[in-house]
Design a protein. Structure first.
Length: 198
């Protein structure tokens, strides 16, 4: 299976790449690293990326930025950071990628538990994550040729202790649980699902 991992150099991406490598052909991608580079905020970059990668069986996206900051001082410009990157960037990976994915292939996007369990200073990320979850559910009923799509929604991860202070009372999830959610999405049969890991 030819698996493309966008965000392969990140905290989740590194572990995920190791977990799925096996006998599969892995193409790693990132904004500045990996086998192929892509700027997910640019449709032109995404189009060029897919032309370079060629047809594939599965795309896993573990990338995208959001904005964390006090609601009182948040501006439209701040909010737009996450909309253009983590939300629209991942959506465009699917909108454009649907023309390159092989029949019965799959897309797996990354949202996050803030969609249903918000934190202070996280309204941008909560909105983005909810949008990704809704997109995965809705796109699943229109993708053709047996192509599947799911989202993985992890809580704060034990490998990211720098985020712990922002998540009071949250129990960090293990990287093993998180990577297994992606494996379930890629190698399983479900579509239109949000795999919550918390």
């Amino acid at each position: 299976m030819k698996i493309v991992i966008v965000g392969a150099s990140g905290t989740i991406g590194k572990k995920l790449t190791e977990a799925v490598r096996g006998e599969n052909e892995i193409v790693t991608a990132g904004s500045k690293s990996g086998d192929v580079q892509v700027d997910i905020t640019s449709t032109e970059s995404i189009e060029a990326f897919y032309k370079q990668v060629g047809n594939f069986d599965a795309l896993i996206s573990v990338t995208g930025n959001g904005y964390m900051g006090p609601f009182k001082s948040m501006t439209a410009k701040d909010f737009n950071i996450g909309l253009q990157s983590k939300l629209l960037g991942q959506i465009n990976l699917v909108l454009i990628g649907q023309h390159y994915v092989n029949p019965k292939g799959s897309f797996t996007l990354t949202s996050g538990i803030l969609s249903i369990d918000p934190i202070i200073m996280g309204s941008n990320l909560s909105t983005i994550n909810a949008g990704i979850d809704a997109f995965a559910r809705s796109a699943s009923i229109e993708l053709e040729n047996g192509v599947r799509i799911n989202a993985v929604s992890p809580g704060v991860i034990e490998d990211s202790p720098g985020y712990f202070p922002y998540f009071p009372g949250h129990i960090p999830v293990t990287m093993e649980k998180v990577t297994n959610a992606y494996i379930k999405s890629v190698f399983g049969a479900l579509t239109g699902q949000v795999f919550e890991v918390w």
